[in-house]
Design a protein around this ligand. Structure first.
Ligand code: GP0
Length: 818
């Protein structure tokens, strides 16, 4: 129904014919014999035909207008599936659904054949994907630049309650939407040494004795909603420079070719599965320089096709660095400007620092990248020279501003203690530094990056994250999307603030019924998914209480499951205790090397085993761990949630974005005053959320004072002591009572994430949820208000702010002349 607008330009019969022909030419088969995967491919190629003309037209327009372009540099783009979203944004979804029906196929089933493009870990990568959607929808010229990992985020299996990791061979059937652009390949150099050559009185720095790879771009279309704009996500593959020369008898040549082949292969082999944590591996630094050098080289070449004067670069280009991972861009741009364009340092530095901008996504110390100088300089000798000079000049500036203050140098230098500090390089080399939620930016300014803020306050700004409503409502929750459009029209699709018009319906009983009935239908859909994938029966009439996100101690899945253990204890021992039936749903991948996180997964599954099979509690509690949480099943999960668990230790979650997806789909937040939760509460009102726990200030105060003593709680709180004891008495590990001792120790010795400290407050908030849910009208109103007040959290709003305040972009209109 939302999709009828542009149906006029859709040639249904032509489309059907094309699908049939595609099956024939691609697979040498009549369509009746095609596998579902083959039908998916054939449909996608037919859709690609509709994309290509718009893609070409968009780039013609950009060139004609010689527009300023943002290059969003990111190690991660967590795109999920493309087909459904592309159809949505082309506004052909319903039409194609009908066409496929007529061919005897169900579009949903065809969509399910597509593997997720999981080139990212979690929030940071998914944010990049939402940003691309918004940039195209708003008509802003943009490239996403990343890596074409052969294997994306691992597939998670659960065996015997434990996580097992399996390779994600997402390209095995080919990617119908990508276009290889060999003509834009560039060379990227590693290692060797730097030689100085004097030409006409100027020193030139030349890297010699290096190894190199050819970076080859693959372009993926990013389709704007209903506006003919198609932007590009450019992901780089690595190939060997030298082709194998089979008739060469020169052993040295042959070995060199093999070496190059291996280097190329390993660079793009796999995404590092760490979230909010860096591993410091040499290969990771290679990946970073590989895609940055390629992206920056290509951007400069493109700039030069349309512009003569390299000094105009900042007027035409911004490099937005998504966290510290791409910050080697600062030095790479300096290298190109000096070594290839022949500029002097000051000139090059002026251009660089007006072209680069940096987004910080975390204050977690273990996530801030630092590279040993030894490794960095060996791998990138010329880049290291440049970093040294950046550091030398930056330290001079610090000393000039703060004479004799060694602390300032220690806290701000790019090179210190034998390390290259990537965040400091990013800040020194950027005109903008932004945090991703108001609270996060405040903490950066007042604590984490205080010295930098004091030196240059005008450099700092906030851009509260957002999510795209096209994927997370229009595609993920068609029932609710149609209902909203019925009530208030469809402008919300491109202007989410329209949702506030729903407020007039929140007290209307008929609307409440309709809204909650849609939730119920979505819960049935999820219950079916859970039955198919977990073989657990869950009751869609129970409260669906959901925590889906990466597994991390600071996100406190452990608090959630300890509380489930506590509720179960109460049901078993307090005859007068009763609760509304609740289904606790978890979904989370743990980084492969993060032992404690993996143990928490095992604990959740062990509790599930006990609780789900205890008939005496009459199904009051069910615990479900959804295997392989990813973008595609997230779409089903958000739509079905009643309660959104956002329970990080206050001050740790920079923003969160899942919280916004739940809100949009009508699930109130049960959370701490952390990240963007603060702004969610501001929008929806504290009475329409369940807020608990220490504030960020309180947490930081404890930390300044050296923590708190969890034993005080252990000694004084019987309920807490009981669940802690159950971690080590075999209640959930009869075969190995010591299995969870590490969790017990972490909680009783230090409890750095304040889990015990917040326990009572959390349990109390959970009781309020229980009570509130039983007031049907009150709950319906609260749920509807969450949807109605979600307007701020569109990534369209976020991107408008970036575009106006940081990037200075202009919108472009694209028309298709037929
Ligand atoms: C932050 F530093 N984030 C990092 C990282 O390495 N990976 C990552 O996903 C996340 C934050 O944890 C976040 O709070 C935030 O919303 C997101 O970046 C986007 O800004 C929740 O995922």
């Amino acid at each position: 129904m939302n999709q009828m607008k542009m149906l006029a330009d859709f040639d249904k019969e032509g489309f059907k014919k094309e699908v049939i022909t595609n099956v024939k030419t691609l697979f040498r088969k009549p369509i009746e014999e095609a596998t579902p995967q083959q039908v998916f491919q054939a449909v996608s190629y037919a859709v690609k035909d509709d994309i290509i003309d718009r893609w070409i037209a968009t780039h013609k327009e950009y060139e004609k207008k010689n527009v300023k372009t943002v290059y969003y540099l990111s190690m991660e783009f967590l795109m999920g599936r493309a087909l459904g979203n592309n159809l949505i944004n082309l506004t052909y979804y319903d039409a194609v659904k009908e066409a496929l029906d007529e061919l005897g196929f169900d579009l949903n089933f065809i969509e399910d054949q597509e593997p997720d493009a999981a080139l990212g870990n979690g929030g940071l990568g998914r944010l990049a994907a939402c940003f691309l959607d918004s940039l195209a929808t708003l008509g802003y010229p943009a490239y996403g630049c990343g890596i074409r990992y052969k294997y994306g985020m691992f597939k998670q299996g659960i065996k015997d309650g434990y996580q097992v990791e399996m390779p994600d061979d997402w390209l095995k059937d080919g990617n119908p939407f990508e276009v290889k652009r060999s003509e834009y390949a560039v060379e990227v150099k590693f290692g060797g040494y730097v030689r100085v050559e004097n030409k006409n009185g100027r020193n030139y720095f030349i890297q010699d004795g290096y190894q190199s790879v050819r970076a080859v771009p693959y372009d993926l279309p990013v389709i704007g909603y209903g506006n003919n704009v198609v932007n590009t996500l450019r992901i780089w593959d690595a190939e060997a420079i030298q082709e194998f020369c089979l008739d060469s008898f020169d052993k040295g040549e042959y070995e060199k070719a093999v070496e190059q082949q291996n280097l190329a292969k390993t660079i793009v082999e796999v995404l590092y599965p760490n979230d909010n944590h860096y591993a410091g591996k040499e290969l990771r630094l290679r990946q970073q320089y590989f895609f940055i050098s390629a992206s920056v080289q290509r951007a400069i070449l493109k700039f030069k096709e349309l512009n003569k004067d390299i000094h105009k670069l900042p007027e035409k280009v911004t490099f937005q660095m998504n966290d510290t991972h791409p910050t080697v861009a600062v030095a790479e741009l300096m290298r190109i400007l000096m070594d290839e364009e022949g500029l002097e340092w000051d000139d090059a530095w002026d251009i660089t620092t007006r072209t680069c901008a940096y987004t910080n996504h975390t204050i977690m110390a273990e996530a801030l990248e630092k590279w040993p100088i030894e490794l960095f300089s060996r791998l990138l000798p010329r880049i290291y020279q440049i970093v040294e000079e950046i550091n030398r000049r930056f330290v001079l500036k610090i000393q000039e501003m703060y004479p004799g203050n060694q602390d300032k140098v220690k806290n701000m230098a790019v090179l210190y203690d034998g390390q290259v500090k990537m965040a400091h390089l990013a800040i020194a080399g950027s005109y903008s530094v932004n945090g991703v939620a108001a609270l996060h930016t405040k903490i950066l300014e007042e604590r984490e990056l205080k010295d930098f803020y004091e030196m240059r306050p005008e450099q700092f700004n906030n851009k509260t994250n957002g999510i795209t409503q096209r994927r997370f409502l229009l595609h993920a929750n068609p029932l609710l999307a149609n209902w909203i459009t019925d009530k208030i029209g469809d402008e919300w699709i491109t202007n989410l603030s329209h949702l506030k018009k729903l407020k007039v319906y929140v007290n209307d009983e008929k609307c409440q019924h309709e809204f909650m009935n849609i939730k119920y239908q979505n819960k049935i859909r999820l219950a079916k998914y859970i039955k198919e994938h977990n073989n657990v029966d869950v009751d869609p009439r129970s409260i669906f209480d959901v925590q889906v996100k990466r597994l991390h101690e600071y996100k406190r899945q452990l608090l959630n499951i300890l509380h489930v253990m506590h509720l179960y204890n109460r049901l078993k021992t307090e005859p007068e205790f009763d609760m509304y039936p609740r289904t606790f749903i978890f979904g989370a991948k743990a980084s492969a090397g993060y032992k404690r996180a993996k143990l928490i997964i095992k604990l959740i599954n062990s509790v599930a085993d006990v609780v789900n099979n205890d008939a005496s509690i009459e199904g009051k509690i069910k615990v479900v761990f959804i295997e392989n949480y990813r973008v595609s099943n997230a779409e089903i999960i958000f739509a079905a949630a009643d309660v959104s668990e956002q329970i990080s230790t206050a001050s740790r979650e920079a923003s969160g974005t899942g919280n916004m997806k739940f809100m949009l789909n009508g699930a109130p937040t049960l959370g701490t005053m952390d990240g963007a939760n603060v702004e969610i509460v501001e929008e929806v009102g504290i009475e329409n959320a369940f807020i608990f726990g220490l504030s960020a200030e309180e947490v930081m105060k404890y930390e300044r004072e050296g923590g708190y003593n969890p034993m005080d709680i252990y000694n004084n709180n019987q309920a807490v002591r009981r669940v802690l004891t159950q971690l080590i008495d075999g209640t959930y590990a009869p075969d190995d009572p010591d299995r969870f001792r590490d969790l017990y120790d972490s909680l009783t010795k230090e409890d750095v994430y304040f889990i015990l400290k917040d326990f009572d407050s959390y349990a109390e908030a959970q009781q309020k949820v229980d009570k509130a849910y039983q007031d049907e009208k009150g709950w319906a109103k609260m749920a509807m208000l969450n949807t109605a007040c979600a307007g701020k959290f569109s990534s369209d709003r976020t991107i408008e702010e970036y575009a106006k305040e940081i990037w200075k972009l202009k919108k472009v209109k694209v028309s298709l002349d037929k």
